[in-house]
Design a protein around this ligand. Structure first.
Ligand code: HDE
Length: 714
């Protein structure tokens, strides 16, 4: 039995892809060096020369092979989504979806379908920073029994434009400006905002990008969306419209803007490191899969067009049915072979899933294969291990660059009699496109039902909490404040006056232009009230997997550190001991403790919370360390939970927060929690403190602090 047959007959889907990849994995640990022809190499540190001070010789085939391969190591980066990071995992449906779709991977809860996910930013080049403000790609390849299905989505449910023909325009406008290639990975420049004000269909997407969604805390804490309307088709051929959602079990959380900018410098790999570490630690990121299902007869029921990709179907109108879960449980072995070479395509669908006439989706159906042909150098990219389906491939396609398959026999055409007309089309199980009735005139135009550019931007704005609204306004101040052309800035204010009058006034204030000239246009007739599901304030809160910095120095109270640390670890949180120098610190009672990071190798922006343990000598030293105070001030400014016990409280009292959040806590002994600051002195045990500290961290951030006296920079 050949390998492929084995895969088909195996009951265990989960490991199929892994087994298939095994054929390609190589460890060089105990092997001798060879050329690519398998010839052993005697030396690779000196080239072959005519005399040891003479010229290098052409016949040095090893030198030429090594250098030629190196010269060709790069492939073109993706035009968009160049920077990404991938992981393997599996998907399981909760219950059979046969009523709605015949897609095989959505039938049997016992089947674990292997997946590969690639998260990405859109605008920056391959080496750009992870934490820039941008949309994130969230692309999933399901290796199903019926062939590969790719759900190529984003972390925002709408898009900038309504028709794919504008894609080159929006991308040219947002990319670095062509004369000087500035700025990298940023929308904060003239050409992008010029595009926005001249293409007002962007309004809704701009609201998302400038919201906290544009600066996620982690790939593990992002939602994913298929964006377009797709179709589910069941065994009886009945079709319904669907929208796809991924919902992270850790909730949806974001960085602050100040933190995101600092991280871009201090740890440009922040998101990929976070995902890599989580998977290595066995904290497998989980995302529930949700579908909104709409009967075909309800297509025209709403005051927006369901084919318009700048619109959501508010969850309160069409509930999200949670149907399964994806778990990412294995890191890639090799970034290039897997993350770089993976090739997604909206046209990779399986029986049971079909398209809609969304004009953005229709254009994407052309673009993805086209781009892979250039990027991966020919038509055989489906043979690269990460792209191979686990379902067998049989067709008459032949040849081309880098062909791996060795097709036997002399027949490569259909119809044939020499091979009994095999491989033959499968009338029963083959993919049949949904036979939607279409008719119309050949026109280069857009449906009038796509003309409302503002109602859902207003809906989004109305759904935000006060803190989220403030973040959006500040994001406008940065993005549009970076624009040089005054006319563009004025037009931004006029444009967003159609979203909300107050928003437009606030934008104007920060960017040095006049407030809007007219009253905001009325959107009364549209459903703009609010959709609570859009606010991150209403997401899952929790402390699991969060990172806590413990500040300490010689003379620290070991007992306090140990008790708090073990409570945090028991709650599924991570801790690092941070001090002035690497090596060990010595506690008040003479015990040694290893320092995990020093001030030089880390910073508060790498953590979700900070804890300062007591110990009089430790604290009097930390008070002299500017870095320790900066650490706390940063954590405070970024609205993070800060905890201190005994003399540790004195250190807090010497920082920026003194006037705001301590409210007498520095002189009290009892447990004190206020705005995410948790303190206690002389406790009998530390359990009440640890509990309150963890509860604080579980809130993610204490945005209320942002309103305190301009101290916040987030
Ligand atoms: Fe893409 N997009 N896109 N896109 N897209 C690409 O394909 C394109 C759009 C998305 O991790 C490219 O392999 C057009 C929406 C993701 O490898 C390219 C249009 C959404 C990824 C391309 C869109 C996406 C891409 C570049 C307008 C969310 C990264 C490299 C009609 C639903 C996949 C590549 C990965 C990548 C074209 C709009 C998601 C050029 C023409 C809307 C997640 O083919």
């Amino acid at each position: 039995m050949d390998k492929k047959q084995q895969y088909n007959e195996s009951d265990n889907m989960e490991n199929k892809k892994n087994e298939q990849l095994e054929d390609y994995r190589v460890d060089n640990h105990d092997s001798k060096l060879t050329t690519n022809q398998g010839v052993r190499v005697s030396s690779t540190v000196d080239s072959l020369k005519a005399g040891d001070r003479g010229p290098t010789l052409m016949e040095d085939f090893h030198f030429r092979e090594k250098m030629t391969h190196f010269d060709h190591e790069r492939i073109p980066e993706r035009v968009v989504h160049a920077r990404g990071f991938g992981a393997h995992g599996y998907f399981q449906v909760y219950e059979s979806m046969s009523e709605w779709t015949k897609a095989k991977f959505l039938q049997d809860p016992a089947v674990k379908t292997p997946v590969f996910v690639r998260f990405s930013t859109v605008v920056g080049s391959r080496g750009s920073a992870d934490t820039v403000r941008d949309v994130r790609g969230f692309a999933t390849k399901f290796y199903t029994e019926d062939g590969n299905y790719d759900l190529v989505g984003n972390n925002m449910p709408v898009f900038f434009i309504q028709d794919a023909i504008k894609f080159p325009d929006v991308v040219h406008a947002i990319k670095p400006e062509p004369n000087n290639e500035i700025p990298q990975a940023s929308a904060a420049h003239d050409t992008f905002w010029d595009f926005v004000v001249n293409n007002t269909e962007t309004a809704h997407m701009i609201m998302w990008v400038l919201s906290d969604r544009g600066i996620p805390r982690s790939f593990r804490m992002m939602e994913g969306f298929g964006v377009h309307s797709f179709r589910f088709v069941n065994e009886q051929g009945k079709a319904r419209f669907v929208k796809f959602h991924w919902k992270p079990l850790l909730g949806v959380h974001s960085l602050t803007w100040d933190e995101a900018q600092k991280l871009a410098g201090k740890d440009p790999d922040f998101h990929r490191r976070d995902l890599w570490d989580a998977i290595n630690n066995g904290e497998h990121p989980e995302f529930e899969f949700g579908v909104q299902i709409l009967e075909e007869e309800d297509e025209f029921k709403f005051d927006f067009d369901i084919l318009d990709p700048t619109k959501i179907w508010p969850e309160e109108l069409v509930p999200v049915k949670i149907i399964g879960k994806m778990t990412l449980n294995r890191n890639q072995d090799n970034f290039f072979a897997e993350t770089e070479q993976v090739a997604f395509h909206t046209g990779h669908v399986v029986p049971g899933i079909d398209f809609s006439n969304d004009p953005l989706l229709q254009g994407r159906l052309f673009s993805y294969t086209d781009t892979q042909l250039l990027r991966l150098g020919g038509p055989n990219f489906h043979e690269i291990p990460i792209n191979r389906p686990i379902a067998p491939i049989h067709n008459n396609q032949r040849d081309g660059f880098h062909r791996m398959t060795i097709n036997r026999g002399n027949v490569s055409y259909t119809k044939n009699s020499l091979q009994g007309n095999m491989p033959e089309a499968d009338k029963e199980n083959g993919f049949v496109h949904y036979a939607e009735k279409v008719e119309g005139h050949k026109v280069r135009s857009r449906s009038e039902s796509f003309n409302d550019h503002y109602s859902q931007a207003t809906l989004f704005w109305n759904s935000m909490s006060d803190a989220e609204k403030q973040h959006i306004i500040k994001a406008f101040h940065f993005e549009v404040g970076s624009v040089k052309d005054k006319q563009i800035k004025e037009r931004v204010v006029e444009m967003f006056n159609n979203v909300d009058g107050q928003l437009a006034k606030e934008i104007a204030k920060g960017i040095g232009v006049a407030p809007p000239s007219a009253a905001p246009s009325s959107t009364e007739t549209k459903s703009t009230a609010a959709s609570p599901a859009l606010s991150q304030q209403n997401t899952v809160m929790g402390a699991r997997t969060r990172k806590v910095a413990i500040l300490a120095y010689d003379g620290f109270a070991l007992d306090e550190v140990q008790q708090v640390q073990s409570a945090l670890n028991a709650g599924g949180l991570h801790t690092d001991v941070i001090s002035k120098n690497l090596g060990n610190i010595t506690s008040a009672d003479g015990q040694e403790l290893e320092v995990n990071k020093n001030y030089a190798t880390t910073s508060a922006i790498m953590y979700d919370a900070v804890y300062v343990a007591g110990g009089a000598q430790s604290i009097s030293n930390l008070m002299k360390h500017k870095e320790a105070k900066d650490f706390i001030n940063d954590a405070f400014a970024h609205a993070k939970t800060i905890g201190a016990t005994n003399e540790g409280v004195d250190l807090l009292a010497s920082t920026d927060m003194m006037n705001i959040s301590l409210a007498g806590a520095d002189t009290q002994n009892e447990l004190h929690t206020d705005m995410g600051i948790v303190t206690i002195r002389k406790p009998k045990d530390f359990s009440a403190f640890s509990e309150a500290f963890i509860n604080g961290i579980a809130q993610h951030r204490h945005w209320i602090r942002e309103n305190q006296d301009g101290k916040m920079s987030g």
